[in-house]
Design a binder for this molecule. Structure first.
Ligand code: NAD
Length: 714
């Protein structure tokens, strides 16, 4: 775990090498080992200075989240942290200089450990990052990060690090004042030893332990401080509606902790940290955003025994919005793309879109002109199917029409190898049906990207009835190769994401028909944590599309089709009022050329308003939130029951990445898990009695409520 050696100059080197892991992590075992080694070095009169170093490629990756999830008891957490604070304070005030040699990244608890040291020297390592990602998982840096960082660099400069989880490159961390020096990679230990034997001998004190210490840039009770906290609180509230306790607690740690001495500040931080570790929000975020994403990105559900497919050249049919975006992601991954459209001009237009985006990045200094040129050179626009020769995979994103898709499938398959994969980016057409046009349906699969495809991280992989396991595995390899996160679903109407996301939009439209004020409906969506209100979202995806899908579903299902409120609202908006959504400049909102969008004043004439359901405005908002959130959960459980989804975690990862479902709830299933099946069933039964069968608790959930089974371990 930790090797201990003292050299001839009296420098004790503590080299961290967590056994059996690729990264050093901090947990009970490693913290005890570090604590004992520090004690030994401080007690040894022959030791003149202490060097902390890593045997891995990075310094320390952070705290052990698995251990934290397994033991989230607030009292235990506080006890463990209090011991760790003692180690930190011994290092800081033990009278011997302590330095950290940062060969690679120091994140979270790892950066905190580095901040215990009097001196930090980093290798010039372009891959190294320094920061506190805790807030992105519903936590705060609980080993002094909220106390030492602002005492070192000031309150305002700490904000991106602590509240946004921003990770800095070595040069930026140096500029910010987190790191003392950057040296050539491989010389960082020598540089640290040099400091320990030189300046360190007379300078083994932290700034905050010096007499007369002041917070750089001004403390809490200064004009700058007061202005900061007033603004920061308001901004946080506006952004999160109070849904995320972590940033709120971080601000409290700063406000309270920076008015007292460091030891008291650390106690304050510990209290807030322990309450976060035990919170449902942190558990949900860690489960979905950390472990769930990690498994998805590692392709944990990939069929085994299929050799990994490497990609060097793919074909992209359709150079429209989606095709251009997918081509961009592919090129960024170093894979050549043949971008085909009906004419050379149309294909060129798709490439021009990509080039324009990259040029913008060059202008902003995020990419060099050479890099942009190299990316552009990998996109080969064409109208000639013969150019698809040699492509390992072809993805189509042509118009959403069965005949056109069938036509391009046949033309492409005539050009590609027998074992190449053909994928459709359809958002609504069943994959099994589209595969009928294919001569090798086992190699036919759905790869459903989200818009804008160059930015959105999720790909919903749809397995058709005849899609082989090998095709699934190789398609997953492609998604991984282009740095996106896959979830695997089966071939049913709306697949998973469109189906469940659609219930949110529909519920908003039902509320409108019931007479709730449109402003309240969209605000309730935002307060619930959704990124956009349901009516605004209907405008974005287009009310016309909602209307068309309803018509198509009705035509397909005949008398079995149950009409929904949203169908009536969409029909009225599109057929009667000609308001198709944002793209036509008129939907639930107006889109004036000279200002921000605003709700269409005519809306309430056509959907007369009634009073809210609750006794008070707050009750009404709560009821709306429950409906907008639980309608998604109920539909998601149906997807699990029907086998559209293979695992609850796919539902949660897909919802958060696919349509911005609020992470603090964990996902549509994570939220049911948070409520517990019993309470979830009770809430759904209540809503079903009032609003109809779409809320009726699914059998799977009812069974859980009586059997005690759960979606996830406690
Ligand atoms: P788009 O209209 O922007 O682009 C379609 C492109 O396909 C056009 O450039 C068109 O010229 C080209 N095309 C049409 N017929 C062709 C043919 N026979 N051969 C070659 N090229 C042809 O549409 P889009 O938004 O990029 O959507 C494309 C596909 O992706 C559709 O199936 C759509 O359902 C799906 N999709 C769209 C979104 C979205 O948000 N827009 C999201 C997921 C999936």
């Amino acid at each position: 775990m930790l090797s201990y050696s003292v050299d001839g100059n009296g420098i004790a080197t503590l080299e961290f090498d967590y056994p059996g892991k690729s990264q050093n992590i901090l947990n009970a075992a490693s913290m005890i080992a570090i604590g004992e080694a520090v004690k030994k070095a401080l007690a040894d009169p022959s030791v003149k200075g202490i060097l902390l170093a890593s045997a891995k490629k990075d310094f320390v990756a952070g705290g052990d989240l698995a251990e934290m999830l397994a033991n989230p008891d607030a009292a235990n957490v506080a006890a463990g942290i209090t011991e760790w604070h003692k180690v930190a304070r011994a290092m800081e005030t033990g009278g011997k200089p302590v330095a950290a040699a940062l060969n690679g990244s120091a994140l979270g608890g790892g950066l905190e450990l580095a901040l215990f040291c009097h001196y930090r020297v980093a290798a010039d390592n372009p891959k190294a990052r320094f920061g506190f990602p805790e807030v992105t998982l519903g936590l705060l840096p609980g080993a002094g990060g909220t106390q030492r960082t602002p005492r070192l660099i000031g309150i305002q400069p700490s904000v991106p690090l602590l509240l946004e989880g921003k990770r800095l490159k070595a040069a930026d961390a140096h500029k910010a004042g987190l790191i003392h020096a950057i040296v050539a990679a491989g010389t960082e230990r020598d540089a640290a030893r040099h400091w320990l034997l030189g300046e360190g001998q007379t300078n083994a004190q932290q700034p905050w332990d010096r007499k007369g210490f002041k917070i750089p840039g001004g403390g809490v009770m200064t004009p700058a401080g007061m202005q900061f906290f007033t603004g920061a609180n308001a901004m946080l509230r506006e952004k999160t509606y109070g849904n995320y306790p972590a940033p709120k607690h971080i601000l409290s740690c700063l406000f309270e902790g920076l008015q007292v001495d460091i030891d008291t500040g650390l106690k304050i931080e510990t209290r807030y940290f322990a309450s976060l570790v035990a919170s449902a929000e942190a558990k949900n975020m860690i489960r979905s955003l950390f472990f769930g994403m990690q498994d998805a990105n590692k392709l944990a559900s990939r069929p085994a025994d299929v050799p990994v497919q490497k990609y060097s050249r793919i074909g992209m049919l359709g150079a429209g919005m989606m095709g251009a975006g997918i081509a961009m992601s592919t090129s960024v991954a170093g894979i050549d793309v043949v971008l085909l459209d009906t004419t050379q001009e149309a294909a060129d237009k798709g490439k021009a879109y990509a080039v324009k985006q990259w040029n913008k990045q060059v202008e902003r200094g995020r990419m060099s002109a050479d890099q942009a040129a190299a990316l552009a050179a990998r996109i080969h626009p064409t109208a000639d199917y013969a150019d698809l020769n040699g492509c390992e995979l072809v993805v189509e994103a042509v118009f959403e029409k069965r005949e056109i898709k069938a036509d391009v499938t046949q033309k492409a398959e005539a050009m590609i190898a027998n074992d190449a994969i053909f994928a459709s980016n359809t958002s609504t057409l069943p994959i099994t049906g589209l595969a009928e046009a294919s001569v090798r349906p086992a190699n036919f699969i759905g790869l459903h990207f989200f818009s804008p495809a160059e930015k959105m991280p999720l790909v919903e992989i749809i397995v058709g009835q005849q899609t082989s396991d090998a095709t699934l595995a190789r398609a997953m390899d492609f998604v991984k190769a282009i740095g996106k996160t896959p979830i695997v679903v089966s071939d049913a109407r709306g697949f998973y994401t469109s189906r469940v996301f659609g219930t949110y939009v529909s519920e908003g439209m039902a509320l409108l028909e019931e007479g709730y004020p449109p402003a309240l409906i969209d605000k309730a969506g935002l307060i619930a944590g959704m990124p956009v209100g349901p009516l605004a979202l209907a405008d974005e995806v287009s009310i016309e599309l909602v209307h068309k899908i309803a018509q198509q579903t009705r035509a397909d299902q005949g008398s079995a089709y149950a009409e929904r409120a949203a169908d009536r609202v969409a029909a009225k908006m599109v057929a009667d009022l000609g308001r198709l959504g944002r793209k036509s400049g008129a939907g639930f909102y107006d889109y004036p050329a000279d200002g921000p969008k605003r709700l269409w004043p005519g809306l309430t004439d056509h959907f007369p308003q009634k009073v809210g359901a609750g006794e008070t405005a707050d009750e009404t908002v709560q009821e709306l939130i429950e409906r907008l959130i639980l309608v998604q959960s109920a539909e998601t459980v149906h997807c699990l029951e029907e086998g559209v989804l293979r695992a609850p975690i796919d539902a949660d990862v897909g919802a958060i990445l696919g349509w911005g479902y609020p992470a603090f709830r964990g996902g549509p299933i994570g939220w049911l898990h948070t409520l517990g099946p019993k309470e979830a069933v009770a809430k759904l039964e209540h809503l079903a009695a009032l609003h109809g069968a779409r809320f009726a608790p699914p059998d799977m959930l009812k069974h859980m409520a009586t059997s005690g089974e759960r979606f996830y371990p406690r």
